[in-house]
Each structure stands twice: as structure tokens, then as C-alpha cells.
Write a protein that binds this ligand. Sequence first.
Ligand code: GSH
Length: 220
Amino acid sequence: MSHDEVVLLDAWGSMFGMRAWIALEEKGVKYEHKMEDLNNKSSLLMQMNPIYKQIPVLIHNGKPISESAIIVQYIYEVWNDNKAPILPSDPYERAQARFWVDYIDKKVYPAWNKMWLSKGEEEHEAGKKELISVFKQLEETLGDKTFYGGDTFGFVDIALITFYSWFYTFETYGNFEMEGECPKLVAWAKRCIQRETVSKVLPDEKELYDAVVEMKKELD
Ligand code: GSH
């Protein structure tokens, strides 16, 4: 696969873009990393993801793949070095892993959005409550395992760890502490960031918070 041309269209701080980025790093793929300005999207992005016009997009030998969870699975299928499979071999366990990634996608960002973009105190509190209960559920799902993939850093781990850099922002906007609410989840995240493929990708949490504050000012 040495002649592959791989481009990742991404945007700084995106939890979805980071998933694809971590997967490329995990598999040791050589790629070009292009950061988009989402206020001024490139024609390449519009052309490569005409349906959603969103990052991330992986362009593999000129062909685009969109949607972060699909990109991550694609990367593991194409650059399959048999070292660390992203999904368990058992079909039932594989379905479970996909279920939890789908849960993360349906629950985390919408709850955060509700809290972040709320107009009133009531909606803010409802979003915050929802966000905390989603993380508590995810903590319960992890149980006493090292990773969601058991001993292996797998699909659910990649899908969720990118939110870790956002924890500080969630906490600051919501006035709560993740460590107090979900200590085992925070311990899991700390295990994950010991991987170089994760620590090099996740941005500084305070820098991210500052960027989110700026973004909010533009929206208000
Ligand atoms: N479901 C998508 C995925 O998992 O890839 C979500 C991607 C997404 O929300 N991307 C955002 C984006 O491109 C950045 S975090 N926003 C620009 C827009 O929607 O116009």
C-alpha cells in the first residue's frame, strides 16, 4: 500500500476529525493532513462531501469517504496489519461495539449542544443533566475493563477518547467535575492518552475552551 495517496480533511478541535486522525496514526498510514476553515470551506471539501459538506473526509486515491465512524472502520479494513483489530471477531461483540459508537454519536454531542446553545437556564440544566447521564452510562458500559475493547484499544475507545479534550469545556460550561461524576471514565481516558497516537492528536483542553468561547461569541 506504499503508493497510496491519502488526504484527511479535518478542522482543528473536531472530535470527529480526531477519530480519523487517531486511526491513521494507529495504523501508521502516511497521509496529508488538511485543516479546513469551517467558516470558509474549501472547494475540495464541497466536492468531496457534497451531501453533508462536513469534515472529516478521508480521500483515498482520489475517492472520498465521509462520516468519522465509517472512516475509522475503513482505515482498519484497508490497512489491516492484523496487529490490533479495531472490532472483535465475534459478530455479537462486534454489533455491541457498533451499538455503543452509535450511542455516543446520538447522545453526547446533542446533549452538549443543548447545554451550550441553550437560551435559558432550564434548557441548560436539562442539557447538563443529559450529558452527565450519558457519560455515567458509558462509564457503566466500560465496567472494570481496561479499554472498551477489553485489553485492546478499539472502536469505542477511538470514538469516545476524542471527547476527552472537551471535558474541560463541558465542565466549565456546566459547572461540574467529570472526575467527581465519572471517576472510572476519567481513569480510562488517562490510560488512553498514554498512547502516543492519542496524546499527539488531542489538543490542549484550555486552548480548546478558549476557541469554543470565541465561537460562542460569534453565534450570540
Ligand atoms: N457525523 C459526522 C461524523 O461523524 O463525521 C459529524 C461531523 C461533524 O459534525 N463535523 C463538523 C462540521 O464539519 C465539525 S465537528 N461542521 C461544519 C458544518 O456542519 O457546516
